[in-house]
Design a protein. Structure first.
Length: 290
C-alpha cells in the first residue's frame, strides 16, 4: 500500500472539487496536508472534514499569484517541511476569440500558469531538501482543442510545456515533476459552457475520486516517471503525449513538395510519443539535442 507517513503535501485550490479530493486522499494515506484556497470558508471546511476523519491538515487562504511564499511557508511553519506540491488551483471562463480575448488570456495565464510557476518556485528549496520532492501540475484534455476556450486551453498548454521542460532540470535535483489532465464533475465543470446532456454524463460517470489516485501515485516516492502527463477521466487512465511521425524529408524543399507529400507529412500511423525522460527503451526529450 502506498502511504505518505512523515510526508507533507500542499494542494492549491483544495477547498472544493478535485483539489479537495486530492487533499483528502493524501491525508487518508498519512500525509499532513496544507489546504490552500482563496475561499477561506471552503478551505476551512475541507480541513475540518480531514481532521474529523483523523487526518492532519491546516488551511491557508493566500493568493497563489501574489503570495506564493506565504502559501509555502504555511506548510513549513505547520509541519516543518514540504515534500509534495499539487498545483490544482485554476480558473476557466469561456472566451470566444475577438478583441477582448487578450485580457482573458492574461487572466488565465496569471492564475493557471503563473500561479503554478510561482508556487513551484517558492517550494523548490524545500522539495530539494526533501530528497524525493514531487510536483504534480494540472493540465487538461482540452489541449486537443476546445471551441470558444482559447484563453483556458492556452494557459493549460503553457502548464504542459512547463511540466515537460522543468522535469529535465528537476531530475538533477532529485525531484519528479509530472502532471495530470483530468476530467471530473466539479463546480468549474458545472459552470462551463457545455451542453446540459454532457454535464449530466459528467456528474454521473466522471467523479473526482477517479482522478485523485493518479495524483497520489505521482506524489509518492516510488513514482519513477518524470515529464509525463497522465489523462484521468471516468476511470480511464492513459498517457497524454507529444508525438512525431516519420514525416517527409527533402533538403531542397519547395512549396509544391509540401503539397504533393502532405499525406505523408500528416501520417499518424508512424507517430511515436516523446517518452519518459531518461528511459532506455523510448525516445527521450534529451535525445532530440544529441
Amino acid at each position: 500500500m502506498l502511504t505518505f507517513d512523515n510526508k507533507v503535501a500542499l494542494v492549491t485550490g483544495a477547498g472544493r472539487g478535485l483539489g479537495r479530493s486530492h487533499a483528502q486522499l493524501l491525508a487518508e494515506r498519512g500525509a499532513a496536508v496544507v489546504v490552500n484556497d482563496a475561499d477561506a470558508a471552503a478551505a476551512d471546511e475541507a480541513v475540518a472534514a480531514i481532521t474529523a476523519a483523523g487526518g492532519r491538515a491546516v488551511a491557508n487562504h493566500d493568493d497563489i499569484t501574489t503570495s506564493a511564499d506565504a502559501v509555502v511557508n504555511a506548510a513549513v511553519e505547520a509541519f516543518g517541511r514540504l515534500d509534495i506540491v499539487v498545483n490544482n488551483a485554476g480558473v476557466d471562463r469561456p472566451s470566444p476569440f475577438g478583441a477582448s480575448v487578450v485580457d482573458e488570456v492574461r487572466r488565465h495565464l496569471e492564475i493557471n500558469f503563473l500561479g503554478t510557476v510561482a508556487i513551484t518556485a517558492a517550494a523548490w528549496p524545500h522539495l530539494v531538501a526533501s530528497g524525493a520532492g514531487r510536483v504534480i501540475n494540472t493540465c487538461s484534455p482540452t489541449l486537443a482543442g476546445w471551441e470558444g476556450e482559447s484563453a483556458y486551453v492556452a494557459s493549460k498548454g503553457a502548464v504542459y510545456a512547463f511540466t515537460r521542460t522543468l522535469s529535465i532540470e528537476a531530475l538533477k535535483a532529485g525531484i519528479r515533476v509530472n502532471a495530470i489532465a483530468p476530467t471530473a464533475y466539479t463546480r468549474m465543470a458545472a459552470e462551463a459552457d457545455i451542453p446540459d446532456s454532457l454535464k449530466e454524463t459528467l456528474e454521473k460517470s466522471y467523479t473526482t475520486a477517479m482522478v485523485s489516485p493518479v495524483v497520489a501515485y505521482l506524489a509518492h516516492e516510488e513514482c519513477g516517471v518524470a515529464g509525463e502527463v497522465i489523462l484521468a477521466q471516468g476511470g480511464l487512465i492513459q498517457r497524454f503525449s507529444l508525438a512525431m511521425n516519420d514525416g517527409y524529408t527533402n533538403t531542397e524543399i519547395a512549396p509544391e513538395d509540401v503539397a504533393a507529400n502532405l499525406s505523408e507529412i500528416l501520417d499518424d500511423s508512424t507517430a511515436k510519443p516523446l517518452g519518459v525522460i531518461g528511459s532506455a527503451d523510448e525516445t527521450s526529450l534529451l535525445d532530440l539535442f544529441d
